[in-house]
Design a binder for this molecule. Sequence first.
Ligand code: TXE
Length: 477
Amino acid sequence: MRLSNFINGAFIAPVDGQYLNNFNPSTGEVYGEIPDSTEADVLLAIEAAKSAQLSWANTPAEEKFKVMNRIAELIDANREKLAMAESMDQGKPLWLARNEMNRAAQNFRFFATAAMQFSSESHAMEDKAINYTLRQPIGVVGCISPWNLPLYLFTWKIAPAIAAGNTVVAKPSEFTPVTAFMLCELCNEAGLPAGVLNVVHGLGQKAGQAIVESKFTKAISFTGGTATGKHLAATAAPMFKKLSLELGGKNPNIIFADADLNKAIKTTVNSSFMNQGEICLCGSRVFVQRAVYQEVKDRLVAEVNQLTIGNPLDENMRIGAIVSKPHYEKVLGYIELAKEEGATILTGGKAVHPSGLENGWYIAPTILEGLPFDCRCNMEEIFGPVITIMPFDTEEEVLEMANATEYGLAATVWTSNLNTAHRVANKIQMGIVWINCWLLRDLRTPFGGTKSSGVGREGGWEAMKFFTEPKNVCIAF
Ligand code: TXE
C-alpha cells in the first residue's frame, strides 16, 4: 500500500517522489510506503488551506455541522475497516482499535455541535457602553499528532480546528499514517470542501518542521514527546504563534488502604497496560498504602500474569505489539536501566516472541519493585508496558513522591474517604485527576497537563477558544 498526501481535496504524490517504509509492528515487516514529504509539499498544502479559508469561515454554522456530522457517520460506517487498519499500523489490539474509532467519530460529532453552539460574549458597562467579543477563526492552523492513538488524537485536533472556521494542514505520525489517509477519503465523501483539511505525510523533522516554520500557520496544536514539544515551542515563539502542546506524563496511581481494592486493582491493570502502556494517561507509578501493599501487589501480579499478549488481530489478545523498533528498544532499555537501579522484576521484564510473529515487537507487561521514588525509571517517561510499585505511609509522603517528577499530566486516586479524595486532588500537581476511576472522559472538560506535560488545554470550549482569536468591540452609547 502506497499512501499519498491529501491536498486541496486530491490525493497527490510527494513533489520529490520520495517515500518512507511503513512497518507492521506485529510482524516487524514493511507493509507499505508513505510520502517522505518536504517543505515543497507543505507549501502546496498551505496554499490550498489559504485559498479555502475565507469561504469555509463564512460557511453557515449549520452547514459546517452537517458535513462534520456526515464525517462522523462515515467513520462509524467504516469502523471495522478503520479499526483493522489502525491495529495493523499501530500494533494495538483490534478490540481497542474499534473503541478508538468510536471516539474518532465522537470527536467529529461533538465539535460539529460546538460549531452550532459557539457564541460570543458581551460585557455591558452600565449606561456608558457595551462590549462584544467576536471569536474569529485564526486562519490556517497546523495539527501534528502522535502514533499512540492515531485517528483518535488526529480527529481530536482537526475537528475543533475546522468547527471554529479554520483550515488545516495536518501531519499524522510517520509511524501510523494509514487511518489519517483513510479519513481523507471519508472527508471527500462527506462533502468537506477542498482545502479545508490538507494532510501531509512524512517525518517530523522535515514535513512537521516545515508546518511549524511557516509564517502562514498561525497556530499549532501538537501532541507528542516533551523534547519535541520544547523544540517546537522554540521554533514557534519568535513568530508569536498560538501553541497547544500536549506532551508526556509520568502519572501516579495512588491506592489508599480504604479503597475498594477490587475496583482499584482491576482498573490498575487497564490504566497500566492498555495499549501496551502507550497512552499519555497511563498510570506508570503505582503507590500503595503500606497496610494493603502486599495484598495489592500479589493480586496485581496475579492479574497481570493472566494478560494475553500476541497478534493484535486475535480477539483474545489483551496486549499487542509496541509501535516501532526504536520505541521497542527504548522500552527494553528502561527495563535494563531499572535492573541497574536495583529493581526487582515482579513479572515480565523481557521481550516476547509469539509463535509465527517472532520478528514483531512485543514486551511482556512488567512490574518493577524496590526502586527509589526519585530514580530515573520513576522520573522519566517510559511510555510502554512498564510500571513501578511503591509503598507509602502517609498522605503527605505520597503527595511529595507523586509531585516529584517534571511531569504534571494525570493522577488516579483510590480511596473511599471523601476528605482524602478532595485534599489529594487539591494538592496534586496535575492537569487531570481521576478519583476511583481512570480515563472516564467527558469531552467538555479541559484536557491537558501542567509542568513539562504541556501548555494549554484541549476539549470543549477550551479547544474552540484555542482555535479562535478574540476581538473585543467596544461601542460607546
Ligand atoms: O514522538 P514525537 P516520538 C512520548 C513518549 C515517546 C516520546 C518520543 O515518551 O517515547 O514521546 O516519541 C512530529 N517539528 N510521546 O519521538 O517525535 C512527529 O512526526 C514538527 C508521548 O515518537 O514527539 C509526530 O507526528 N513535528 C505522546 C509527532 O511530532 C515534529 C505521544 C509526535 O512525535 C517534529 C507520543 C518537529 N521538529 C510520544 N519532530 C503523548 N503525549 O501522548 C517530530 N514531529
